[in-house]
Design a protein around this ligand. Sequence first.
Ligand code: NIG
Ligand code: FE
Length: 384
Amino acid sequence: MISIALTGIGELTTNDPELGTLRDAAVVIDQGRVAWVGPTRNAPSAQFMLPVGGAAVVPGFVDSHAHLVFAGDRAAEFAARMAGEPYTGGGIRTTVAATRAASDDVLRDTVLRLCREALWQGTTTIEIKSGYGLSVADEERSLRIAREFSEETTFLGAHVVPEGADADAYTALVCGEMLDAAAPHARWVDVFCERGAFDADRSEAVLRAGIARGLGARIHANQLGPGPGVRLAVALGAASADHCTHLSTSDIDALSTSDTVATLLPGAEFATRSPYPDARALLDAGATVALATDCNPGTSYTTSMLLCIALAVREMRMTPAEALVAATLGGAKALRRTDIGHLGIGARADLVVLDAPSSLHLAYRPGVPLVKAVVRGGELAWQR
Ligand code: NIG
Ligand code: FE
């Protein structure tokens, strides 16, 4: 693999405590890793020099929560919601029917399309969940296809109880035969812990079964109302509790004194016209916060981490710097990864060249395609 030097970086955000943020900087990449960071004038030469003309460079975005394996869309449900209908989660079954009826190739094309869309917007790592199959065969194939695109794959057989099934019998299936089929293709296990989906006991059973199979735990928690999800996540040492829209002070305390990341998904609040989570309370209490898209056809049909950053700043009172950290290092922590989310020496060389002089523009210029080039694993993955 060739070495690359990006030079003339106007502002380089490294998320590395020692390197910090540098001006007129250069990054040298070797063997797909960050090999050197410092002032452009001191940069060692590389086989391929890439002057970026004063552009800002940030670590690649880590989207730690996405549901990409599905067929069809729910545009009509969105329109009804914008006309006043509430979101209840019932539409998940519509997508399950469409997904089951789709061929492998149709599902693969959708995942590919969404992964490309995400890459063009600066995402260099994306987690992909199953959860629209809800049968042994359909969950297995969803994860098998997801694995073609990401190592961060999550078994979400416990998304909802399928039409006509008994909740206890279905939970037993998820914890048994479905987990057996899913586990070889998954790194994580997830459950939608919510009224109308899985209660605390069933959620705990699913997560414990996954953990016993060697999977890491993550959870959809406290999205539609207050509930036991966050407490369960912390008690089980889950890597992340996602949504966190309705938190009590004891939920916030529990998150801030644990290793469980609070992953906020503002695209879902935006597209369901719901109140945003209290990011300020979480950050002020010392919790680790991540931002992710929740890309799915029901509550958040966006692959844009740029949108999430803008919403987090404008609607959730995160500072632009906090939002950028949450979209990069926060996502890495939510996936328990130390090699991504920052540009310290030895990190995987995943970075975004912005069409802007500083990372402030990510929130300051919403809706604008600010991503000029994306380097992933040391290779130029996309360029405008
Ligand atoms: O994270 N809340 C559960 N799952 C998704 C929505 C799924 C859907 O509506 O299709 C979410 O918002
Ligand atoms: Fe989700």
